[in-house]
Design a protein around this ligand. Structure first.
Ligand code: C5P
Length: 293
């Protein structure tokens, strides 16, 4: 039996960091939204150990890959001695703030659980996911969500009616930002490090009314360190804001900038303008964030 799963990415509408914890992680509140741009994973039983292949040269296929670590954890928790074969087709840029690797890890847990007839129940999957990475539990579900703690406490939200028919434009500059680096350098920006709790919930409430109403709450604490090291990212964001985006900001720890654009024509024009201004070296994708009603 072979199982094929699409592994989507995400953006953060708000990533509000509340402070550093004694365990070294940062307490935060975030609203994450799935984006229908996918990697594809296929899973099968057989052989011995974990045989991971990937179409992207340069990506590790051993324990340096979160897919491998997720598979190892799954087999250990489920006490399965049999081998597995996994193939990963990479479409989402890496170290991009889009949660590509975290999504792959969650898809691996879900895919292997299908292949092995539901060996692990949901609560165990959630615990294993949280152990693999702060963003992994979000990808066990496929809906917008508010997340707290270090990001692992996930509460699914109903779709935002205000996002029906809205396009999202993703722009990756061709270089990545390391997540540990971004968090470490947040220490230099006390205001960004010590956000006030409650903004994420306020964003959710206001986004139920309109994008304009919620605009002040779209915010990312990690823009502070990222923009200082990579001023180009701030230039990208401001260009998008000045040329038709309803919202433009960095996602996660970067380096992807995203824009929410109301209407297909506007989205196409913005993409074209961005391309002619900044050239073709960026990876760019534009999709409907949510189908029209
Ligand atoms: O949880 P994850 O493995 O994705 O985190 C990667 C790194 O990002 C952590 O090692 C830590 O340096 C930083 N991080 C953090 N606080 C969080 C999430 C991540 O400091 N809430």
């Amino acid at each position: 039996m072979q199982v094929e799963l699409k592994s989507p990415c995400k953006v953060n509408f708000i990533l509000n960091i509340l402070g550093k914890r004694p365990d070294g992680f940062h307490e935060l509140e975030t609203v994450m939204h799935p984006v229908p741009i996918h990697d594809v994973l296929t899973f099968g039983r057989g052989g011995s150990g974990i045989q991971l292949t990937c179409d992207l040269p340069g990506l590790p296929t051993d324990s340096g890959n979160l897919v491998y670590r997720a598979a190892a954890k799954f087999l250990e928790e489920a006490r399965i001695a049999e081998g597995v074969r996994i193939h990963l087709e990479k479409r989402i840029p890496v170290a991009a703030g889009l949660g590509g690797g975290s999504g792959n890890a969650a898809a691996t847990l879900l895919g292997l659980n299908q292949v092995f007839g539901g060996a692990l129940d949901e609560s165990i999957l959630r615990r294993v996911a949280a152990g693999l990475g702060s963003d992994v539990p979000f990808f066990l579900q496929n809906a917008p969500a508010i997340a707290t703690g270090r990001g692992e406490n996930v509460r699914s939200l109903p779709p935002f009616p205000t996002l029906a028919g809205v396009y999202i434009l993703l722009i990756h500059p061709g270089f990545g930002v390391s997540t540990p680096w971004a968090y470490k350098n947040l220490a230099l920006f006390p205001e960004a490090l010590n956000g006030k709790r409650g903004r994420a919930q306020r964003l959710v409430e206001r986004l139920d009314i309109s994008i304009a109403e919620a605009r002040p709450d779209f915010y990312n604490s990690l823009e502070a360190p990222a923009f200082e090291k990579f001023p180009l990212l701030e230039i990208f964001r401001d260009f998008l804001r000045e040329n038709g985006a309803s919202i433009a900001m960095m996602s996660g720890s970067g380096s992807t900038t995203f824009a929410l654009v109301e209407g297909r024509g506007k989205a196409e024009r913005l993409e074209e303008m961005f391309r002619s201004k900044f050239g073709a070296s960026c990876w760019m994708r534009s999709v409907l964030i949510q189908s029209p009603r």
